[in-house]
Design a protein around this ligand. Structure first.
Ligand code: ATP
Length: 668
């Protein structure tokens, strides 16, 4: 947050008869006032000589110069996200409306409001990388009532209520009209101008009977990815009603009430400025609508410029001096403008919780200090601290250290200790699962390797000792590596678990027995188990049937083989005998026998081939039935393990299945 001085500027309306008492030096931005004595002589006292300093003094009709020196910087700041206020102050007819509004339709004579609109929309066009949304509102304070000047033309002006919410001045019921173009904004401004309360007075025909505030709201955020930088600022352009002396009121033209209210509110404004200047704790902003509206402009979140308009003529010297004095008081004020970043609700919530957490941490540190435990960290543990803690837990698990070795200083430490134990338990559990599965699968594999025609009584059954889960063969266990003896890192936790596995083998035997009993229960009582056993048994009988058939075929095949061999022997013998007899005598006889033998041999071979084909087919069938059966067995085991795990969780008593066995025995 920065503190900003309120800029003060003097605008002197051109005059054909300027008073010699008022000497404005544009170069030094200083005004000297020399009050002549009542008798017409030179000033006699110190009070008759006055000097007023300004940021700028403007004479003449130059509207652009006025905008550049009094308002441009503030408009630029609004475009950057700061709130801004430019207000014109001075007696009636001094040129406030000329300064703020001018002639909006004549580019040369446009006042600060149309020029600000122009600048803001030009900036919007020049920054396509940002999304800028612009709204306008226009209000007047007439007889201490705030009216919305942008109310529809056909309706009477709507009143607006002003209130303070969360330290902010809020206007309930004031329209903020979105404007896409400069023309649109200008159109709304002109619409409001037409609805302002004006009337003739002694100075001119269109004197403003109210204080008016035209506001341009500029919200912008950078387009594209990431967290956009979003700002929302407003520019208040204020045309105050002119203070009037009652003696100058023309009762035929003005209501006393109007003048009274204007003067009253301006007095309250001066009072608030004086209080702010003195640095009083309480400033009476609530005394009038105007001071409430200008609260931020005078001492809050706004960069502000005051333009004092004055008539440099003798007749109005008192009013001019009064306005100059007011400007010098305002000059001493400082506002505290901030960059108005828009924080979305999630971010705001996050910031709130972060603040709360920081507060709670401070409170904890305070209690720790009171309890003589300073220096305890409540922050997340660093990686280094986690490794150290792991080492201590492992030392405790391997019984090298007692439980007191594990530090209990903060909640973070306790949580991390639990995590280390959980991790160790998970590794142990995985190891057990793996061992039990390996054991069961190896049994299945053994079965698979049995000869096709051997007896298959074990189908669907497990070995008599059950799963023997805790007694994995020694050669299955991974060899201990050197790094397992270290106490840091994951490897050492695994090494420790290996040791735990060996140490606790006996308890695993109990677990093994539990599991065997559970497996019998699963097959007998659980529908999934019963169904899968039924399927295994069906496959088993099918397999038996096929194997029996194979045995018969094998016997027949041997018979055919034997027959072929015998026929071959006889035929060889016959051929040898033919060679030793008279060729002609024996030829006919031999031929007949030989042909018979050949036919028998051929038939035996055909039978052999057919039988061999059938046997091969049967062999294929047996292999596929066996495979199906093994699949069923595997399913049975998997289902059982799943069921068993769930049952263990449901029934955590470690010897539940032993009890059920005992119960079963009792019943029997
Ligand atoms: N600097 C100036 N150059 C030329 N004409 C001016 C200047 N200032 C004011 N005038 C003219 O003086 C008249 C009164 O000015 P203006 O309406 O701005 O006064 P005002 O302070 O707003 O008065 P009121 O408080 O009664 O509304 C207008 O006709 C305006 O054109």
């Amino acid at each position: 947050m920065g503190y900003y001085r309120i800029g003060t500027h003097l605008r002197l309306r051109p005059s054909s008869k300027p008073t010699p008492a008022l000497n404005a030096d544009i170069n030094t931005s200083t005004v000297h006032v020399h009050l002549r004595h009542a008798d017409g002589g030179p000033p006699r006292s110190h009070d008759d000589e006055m000097v007023f300093h300004f940021d700028t003094i403007i004479e003449g009709t130059f509207q652009e110069a006025t905008f550049n020196s009094c308002a441009r910087d503030i408009v630029e700041d609004v475009l950057c996200g700061y709130n801004g206020t430019v207000m014109a102050y001075g007696q009636s007819g001094s040129g406030k409306t000329f300064t703020m509004s001018g002639d909006p339709k004549n580019s040369l004579h446009q006042g600060i409001i149309p020029r600000s609109i122009q600048r803001i929309f030009a900036d919007k066009m020049a920054r396509p990388e940002s999304e800028t949304s612009i709204h306008v509102s226009y209000l007047e304070v007439y007889n201490e009532v705030i009216y919305d000047l942008l109310t529809d033309r056909k309706e009477p002006l709507r009143s607006v209520s002003i209130m303070e919410e969360n330290g902010q001045i809020e206007m309930k019921g004031l329209c903020q009209i979105p404007c896409e173009t400069e023309e649109e904004a200008l159109k709304h401004f002109l619409h409001g101008e037409r609805r302002r309360c004006t009337g003739p007075n002694t100075f001119h025909k269109f004197s403003n009977r109210s204080h008016c505030m035209f506001t341009i709201y500029v919200e912008r955020h950078s387009k594209g990815r990431g967290h956009p930088d979003r700002t929302a600022a407003k520019l208040n352009l204020v045309d105050l009603a002119g203070c009037e002396r009652f003696k100058c009121i023309d009762p035929t033209r003005q209501s006393e009430k109007e003048v009274l209210n204007i003067n009253k509110s301006l007095t309250f404004l001066e009072q608030a400025v004086s209080e702010l200047r003195k640095g009083q704790g309480h400033v009476s902003f609530r005394q009038s609508r105007l001071t409430m509206l200008l609260r931020d402009a005078l001492g809050g979140n706004s960069k502000t410029a005051l333009i004092v308009c004055a008539l440099p003529e003798d007749d109005y010297l008192d009013e001019t001096i009064s306005a100059l004095r007011f400007s010098q008081r305002v000059k001493d004020l400082k506002t505290s403008a901030v960059l108005n970043r828009v924080v979305d609700s999630i971010q705001a919530e996050r910031q709130l919780y972060e603040r709360k957490i920081a507060e709670l941490k401070r409170e904890l540190a305070f209690y720790d200090a009171l309890n003589g435990r300073p220096g305890i960290s409540r922050e997340d543990l660093t990686e280094q601290k986690k490794v150290e803690l792991k080492g201590k837990v492992e030392a405790f698990l391997s019984q090298k250290e007692g439980v007191e070795a594990i530090p209990i200083e903060s909640l973070m430490q306790i949580k991390e200790t639990y995590n280390i134990f959980k991790e160790a338990q998970a590794v142990l559990h995985a190891k057990l699962e793996k061992l039990s599965k390996e054991n069961s699968i190896s049994k299945l594999e053994e079965n698979q390797n049995l000869s096709m025609i051997e007896d298959d009584d074990g189908v669907g059954e497990l070995e008599p000792q059950g799963f023997a889960l805790g007694v994995a063969p020694l050669d299955w266990r991974p060899e201990k590596s050197d790094c397992d003896t270290e106490i840091t890192g994951k490897a050492s936790v695994n090494g420790l678990l290996e040791q735990a596995l060996l140490d606790n083998e006996n308890s695993y035997k109990g677990e093994s027995e539990q599991r065997n009993l559970a497996f019998h229960e699963f097959k007998r009582t659980v529908s999934e188990g019963i169904q899968q056993c039924y399927m295994i048994n069906a496959k088993k009988s099918e397999l038996r049937e096929k194997k029996l058939l194979m045995q018969h075929l094998a016997v027949r095949l041997n018979d055919y083989k034997q027959e072929i061999h015998e026929i071959n022997v006889v035929m060889t013998e016959k051929a040898r005998n033919v060679a030793s007899f008279d060729q002609e005598e024996c030829e006919t006889q031999v031929d007949d026998d030989y042909i018979q033998l050949e036919k028998r041999l051929e038939k035996a071979k055909l039978d052999y081939q057919k039988c061999y084909g059938e046997l091969a087919q049967l062999k294929g069938q047996v292999i596929s039935i066996r495979e199906e059966m093994l699949k069923c067995q595997e399913n049975l085991l998997n289902s059982f393990f799943e069921w068993y795990k769930k049952e263990k969780e449901k029934r955590p008593e470690s010897n539940h299945f032993l009890y059920s066995k005992e119960k079963g025995n009792e019943q029997n």
